[in-house]
Design a protein around this ligand. Sequence first.
Ligand code: ATP
Ligand code: MG
Length: 281
Amino acid sequence: MAGGSDGRPPGKVVAIAGLKGGCGKTTLAIGLAGVLVEAGLATALVDVDPAGAAIAGVRRGPAGLLRRAVPLRGRAALPAWLEGLAALRRSAELVILDLPPADPLPLATAALTSELVLLPVAPTALDLAAARTTIGWLERARAGRPDGRPQLLAVPSRIAAPDPAARAPLAAIEALGLPLTPPLRLREGHDRAYREGLPPSVAAPGSAEHRELRAIARAVCETLGLAARLPDAGPGAVDAASAPVRTAYLDEPPGARGPLDLGAYRRRWRDRLLPFFGGRR
Ligand SMILES: Nc1ncnc2c1ncn2[C@@H]1O[C@H](COP(=O)(O)OP(=O)(O)OP(=O)(O)O)[C@@H](O)[C@H]1O
Ligand SMILES: [Mg+2]
């Protein structure tokens, strides 16, 4: 497997997925890219959505973030897209894919090429139903992978400010059966940062949304076994209801099943992906 030019292993792919539009994928992708760069990780943000919203959200920084708009337009484009991903993995320690809604091809491709899938889920019946469908697709793809990847983490998304009933929405998301990261609350700061073309870590350092993103990034790095400089947010920084409801993402030792061999997936992609579309093997 081709690694970085300096001999280090290829970067890990983290896909941000969800068939439901508007669940918070792009907001999470931008914010996470910002805190990962802040933590000193060579990070690439790949906008797989032809709408291009993620790239617009980081158009002014942070410095050092690799930005790529690489929409996946149909099955014929898949081999070239996978080559592009392999090249990015040689340059970055972490490659974040911001996936489009409603398109099963990028979802299936991400399921077969990523180490970790983050699923932002807002606590509404509509979002929860869509998340269950997405999880079903991802688990089907995972069943075809010898390494048991990708790991799945739900990210409670667009959670209203804490109130006495604050755990209820988290419990509804927890009922999906996936381990959860700390939540990303509904905060105007995301929109302000977006207008500036910068992630919250740069547009509003120390803000509540910045601290929440750091807490999510810590869960991501722990899951992937990546050492990152992400200092604890400090007392009171992340409210009690933001503590992870389950910490099962720590259960499986990172890397226990060996690294992902992208070359092998490239060779097999046809067999694996065609069944998703009712095609013949
Ligand atoms: N935590 C949050 N706080 C405040 N607003 C949010 C939050 N998350 C998302 N939003 C807002 O909700 C809308 C949809 O968010 P976003 O574009 O991130 O979702 P998406 O899943 O990427 O959507 P799509 O499926 O269309 O790509 C945007 O207007 C965004 O600013
Ligand atoms: Mg989006």
